[in-house]
Design a protein around this ligand. Structure first.
Ligand code: ADP
Ligand code: MG
Length: 221
């Protein structure tokens, strides 16, 4: 079983949005998936509980129970554990990072988010954990041109000690609408631009986890 921790020391960066969308993507790709929400706000737990169709298994737990939940999930044959985390306290985030095979660092294209993610990237690297920075809530292109804020964010993130995902997520109403119904953007609008970027992000993450695409349509056991 592989464990992915979705982290950001900034509230509102998009941890829950990324965790829910990737957990549902993995589930739909045939991976037996659990989402563990260790944020006391329980946002992803509440979002996925609203699903009226099958989806990832759910655990709303404290950070202190993560180790046990991970062992149990591995024992029960889960292939992927996605951990949604709070912005604080430090100790809870550290437990999530320690439990992870891969850390996803979510970052908006703002000065303060980038400064924060740079520190988090150093920390993740110092623990020897692989990581991937995901730019989220990027404003849309205007007249085919990337907004200056996004260009500058991408340049600045290159100086972080972890790679940046080749696909960023734009600010889209579909992310807000879909999660309110416990759905991924792909389930909400299969042909939408959000669906395409999440599919590409999942491919990127699956490759880093060394998940093989060949059994993407396999049934969940
Ligand atoms: N790419 C996006 N486009 C539009 N809204 C987004 C996007 N990502 C997150 N949001 C919205 O921003 C808010 C904070 O996102 P959330 O995932 O809850 O962040 P966090 O878990 O880091 O606090 C939510 O209202 C969410 O719907
Ligand atoms: Mg959250």
């Amino acid at each position: 079983m592989k464990t992915v921790a979705v982290i950001s020391r900034k509230g509102g960066a998009g941890k829950t949005t990324v965790a829910v969308n990737l957990a549902v993507s993995a589930f739909r790709a045939g991976r037996k998936t659990m989402l563990a929400d260790i944020d006391p706000q329980r946002s992803s737990f509440d979002a996925l509980r609203a699903r009226t169709i099958d989806g990832p298994a759910l655990a709303g737990i404290s950070a202190g129970k993560l180790f046990h939940a991970k062992s149990q999930a591995a024992h029960d044959g889960f292939e992927l554990l996605v951990v949604d985390t709070p912005a604080a306290p430090d100790s809870d985030v550290v437990q999530a990072v320690n439990s992870a095979d891969l850390c996803l660092l979510v970052c908006r294209p703002t000065f303060l988010d980038i400064a924060s993610v740079a520190r988090s990237a150093e920390f993740v690297r110092s623990l020897g954990k692989p990581g991937l920075i995901i730019l989220n809530q990027a404003p849309p292109k205007r007249g085919g041109l990337e907004p200056v804020t996004v260009q500058k964010a991408v340049q600045a993130l290159r100086f972080c000690s972890l790679p940046v995902a080749s696909v960023g997520l734009r600010a889209r109403a579909a992310y807000q609408q879909s999660i309110a119904h416990g759905r991924s953007v792909g389930e909400w609008d299969a042909n939408g631009a959000g669906a395409i970027e999440i599919a590409r992000l999942w491919e990127n993450v699956a490759a880093m986890l060394a998940f093989d695409d060949k059994d993407q349509n396999a049934k969940v056991g």
